[in-house]
Design a protein around this ligand. Structure first.
Ligand code: SF4
Length: 100
């Protein structure tokens, strides 16, 4: 059986993001990410996630988005939470369910 590389998995996940709820919100998303990155406290970061997390909660490709953030080592907001180098930050938005 042929192994599947992280690059192949990332490419496949990236294709699905064209259906993401944020696809037409590039400027807004950048603003949310900048606000999140500049937030000085855990509470401020959680507050900065509110609007993005609400959008992501209704997104049809949220699971694929989280996979891509992990596989690509993403830093920023993805799938309704903050990521640093592909790892979720601790300040999960209160509306997000714990999965593990
Ligand atoms: S889960 Fe959020 S960040 Fe990911 S594609 Fe959907 S709306 Fe965009």
């Amino acid at each position: 059986m042929r192994g599947i590389s992280r690059n192949v998995l990332s490419r496949d996940a990236a294709w699905t993001l064209a259906d993401g709820a944020c696809k037409d919100l590039t400027s807004q998303w950048t603003a949310w990410e900048n606000t999140y990155a500049a937030a000085p406290t855990t509470a401020a970061r959680a507050a900065a996630l509110t609007d993005a997390a609400t959008l992501c909660d209704g997104c049809p490709v949220q699971a694929e988005c989280a996979d891509l953030a992990d596989l690509s080592g993403y830093t920023g907001i993805a799938a309704g939470r903050g990521y640093r180098n592909g790892r979720p930050e601790r300040d999960r938005h209160p509306t997000q369910r714990r999965t593990a």
